[in-house]
Ligand binder design. Structure first.
Ligand code: HAM
Length: 423
């Protein structure tokens, strides 16, 4: 029979790779909860309109990258390409939106973008996403960046750089857009890539962070949004930077940092790694003060970020799962029931272990335990069974001794507590 292949750009995560993902998720829960964030799980499928209206009709994500299809009744649905839009839709649907309180949510899970797969870029990828709604203070921006930084440090990642920019607000951005449009219109249009020839009119800001060489060259001489902020945006941005400095978080101002999603205003940022090739952004985010209102909710400001777990996994040092506490080796079929009961009791006490269901030689059982890096092997044969005993073997020293069934648990405890070890 022929096999069914998995879809291009989609991956199975086996251990030990899946262990890195568990590690990233556990650390996210640990660090983000210190900042009062709570988990929000939203559906993977949303109405297509949600993304078109939030991410922006003109963006690559909406134009080229969404998994969109009609359901059985012909309604257009899309597999979430990011978490922010769904979180805000859910927030607007909830009592939180009208409470007047600040809401803090994190979301972990898969996102889907039909991009050309390459190192650090997949069609199903996973994000650690955080959103704070209801606060426009620069302290909120600094807090969310501090949380992102703490998270990355908790993963053991220190060789990363933070790039930051401000994109202004509805008061100063239109003026800047016109200035930039006029500047871009004055250029030889042939130097722009195909997309940017369109963007110079439809979305001039995006020309600034295009990676095509011609566009880059033009961008380097273009007006900078940070020099064109209104007094309120400038004060806000200066405060954010001053607080970051006081936290000891170093950053680089990047006036070309625009981000690929259209909802951003004011503070925007990316975290870059130089160790993973061209897809170097391991996290990105920013403020989106108009978005909740644009999606039909109250005029509530917001800010957030998302880390790409596939990219973080590329730089994480070998994450190993803690080995199992014991391996139960059964040496005679008649001892199987007894062994099973003992294993059940140990698991009930919180020990983690594996049991081989086939009767094998001691050597073959030990090889099995060794392969899995298990430090203690319990051996149960006929002799032990009749004496109500079990052999406990410390795999690191090779020392083995018989203990009564009732003492097996204590023996395991001794093996794990090196100071208490009598082996
Ligand atoms: P984004 O920059 O589109 O922002 O994605 C965030 C991160 O997701 C990227 O920095 C990258 O690490 C990862 N990522 C994106 N696309 C892929 C892909 N195809 N393969 C692997 N990793 C990928 C957002 O998604 C915003 N929603 C972030 C945000 C939250 N802004 C405010 N709140």
């Amino acid at each position: 029979m022929s096999r069914v292949n998995k879809i291009k750009g989609f991956f199975d995560l086996f251990p030990p790779e899946s262990t890195s993902y568990t590690f990233m998720e556990d650390k996210a829960r640990e660090v983000l909860s210190r900042y009062a964030y709570q988990e929000l799980r939203t559906p993977i499928l949303e109405q297509t309109e949600l993304f078109a209206r939030s991410i922006g009709q003109e963006t690559d994500v909406v134009q080229k990258e969404m998994y969109t299809f009609p359901d059985r009744r012909g309604r257009s649905l899309t597999m979430r390409p990011e978490a922010t839009a769904g979180v805000i839709r859910a927030y607007i649907d909830s009592p939180a939106a009208s409470s007047g309180n600040v809401s803090r949510f994190f979301t972990l899970g898969p996102m889907f973008r039909y991009e050309r797969p390459q190192k650090g870029r997949t069609r199903q990828f996973h994000q650690v996403n955080a959103e704070m709604l209801g606060e426009d203070s620069p302290y909120a921006d600094a807090e969310i960046l501090s949380m992102l930084w703490d998270y990355l440090h908790a993963l053991g990642l220190k060789k990363l750089s933070l790039e930051i920019n401000s994109l202004g607000c509805p008061a100063c951005r239109p003026g800047f857009d016109s200035k930039l449009k006029a500047f871009l219109a004055g250029m030889d249009q042939n130097v722009f890539c195909e997309d940017c020839q369109r963007r110079t009119v439809s979305n001039p800001l995006r020309v600034l962070d295009c990676k095509a060489p011609g566009c880059r060259e033009v961008a380097s001489g273009a007006p900078r949004i940070v020099d064109n902020l209104c007094p309120e945006c400038k004060e806000h941005f200066d405060r954010v930077l001053a607080i970051l400095e006081s936290f000891g978080i170093s950053f680089e101002l990047n006036p070309f940092l625009v981000r690929g999603l259209d909802y951003y205003q004011r503070t925007t940022f990316e975290v870059i790694s130089n160790d993973i090739g061209s897809q170097s952004a391991v996290a990105g985010g920013g403020r989106y003060d108009g978005l909740v209102g644009d999606l039909g909710g109250p005029e509530v400001p917001g800010i957030g970020f998302a880390c790409g777990m596939e990219r973080l996994a590329l730089i994480l040092q070998n994450i190993q799962e803690r080995p199992l506490d014991f391996y139960m080796a059964v040496l005679h079929q008649e001892a199987m029931d007894k062994a099973m009961l003992m294993v059940k009791r140990l698991r009930g006490k919180g020990y983690r272990g594996e049991m081989g269901f086939q009767v094998r030689s001691v050597k073959s059982h030990l090889r099995q335990a060794n392969k899995k890096n298990i430090k203690t092997c319990l051996l149960l044969g006929l002799d032990e069974m009749h004496k109500n005993q079990v052999q406990v073997k410390d795999m690191s020293t090779g020392v083995q001794r018989a203990v009564s069934h009732d003492d097996a648990e204590q023996a395991l405890g001794l093996v794990f507590n090196p100071r208490g070890s009598s082996f």
